[in-house]
Ligand binder design. Structure first.
Ligand code: FES
Length: 192
């Protein structure tokens, strides 16, 4: 009888021990996979919103920042740049920004929150080259954004002209202003 009791308590101790060891083993086995699946701090940093001071950008010039590994152009347009936006609309593929290349608040003629500031991804929608920005006509050359790879042209709002290889307007990333001069690229929510 006593032997039976001893055996029972020993068996129950064995079961508890094996079960505890299994839990520890399983945790040790699974942890590297969970760590592998979780985004690293570097990866999270790459996708994080970027803050930009726009006060230092002079009229007719551009600042380039990197966000998610791509260049984002912040261009301060002059009055004549803004006025030019309605002059050539019949030469554009998508003058009203009907394709989904921008947030709703940038679905307007200037494709921006502030008319004087354009925020646009510096990636050609044809094959991904980096368009050049030319603010002034020199020797009769085109003004706006010009892709040197296959000759696509975009106006001062990043809208693509007809008869060029790029199929759509340049993308406008999500963005917002936190004050007159500070711009956040990559988030348009108050809490990001
Ligand atoms: S990549 Fe820009 S025109 Fe081809």
């Amino acid at each position: 009888m006593i032997d039976k009791k001893v055996n029972l308590s020993r068996r129950s101790w064995l079961i508890r021990t094996i079960s505890a060891l299994s839990t520890v083993g399983m945790t040790a086995w699974i942890t590297p996979f969970v760590k592998f699946l979780a985004p690293s701090a570097k990866a999270r940093g790459l996708g994080a919103p970027v803050e930009v001071d726009v006060s230092t950008i002079e009229e007719g010039s551009m600042k380039v920042v990197e966000w998610r590994g791509i260049p984002v152009y912040i261009i301060r347009r002059s009055r004549s740049d803004i006025a030019s936006l309605q002059k050539y609309e019949d030469e554009l593929k998508d003058p009203n920004s009907n394709t989904d290349q921008q947030p709703d608040y940038a679905r307007n003629r200037t494709r921006s929150i502030k008319p004087e500031i354009l925020v646009v991804e510096g990636v050609c929608t044809h094959l991904g080259c980096t368009p050049k920005y030319r603010s002034e006509k020199v020797d009769g050359l085109f003004t706006g954004l010009f892709c040197p790879c296959h000759g696509s042209t975009f106006d001062f709002a990043g809208r693509v002209y007809s008869n060029v290889p790029a199929p759509t307007n340049l993308r406008v990333p999500r963005h917002r202003y936190i004050d007159d001069d500070k711009l956040i690229i990559g988030s348009d929510r108050l809490v990001s």
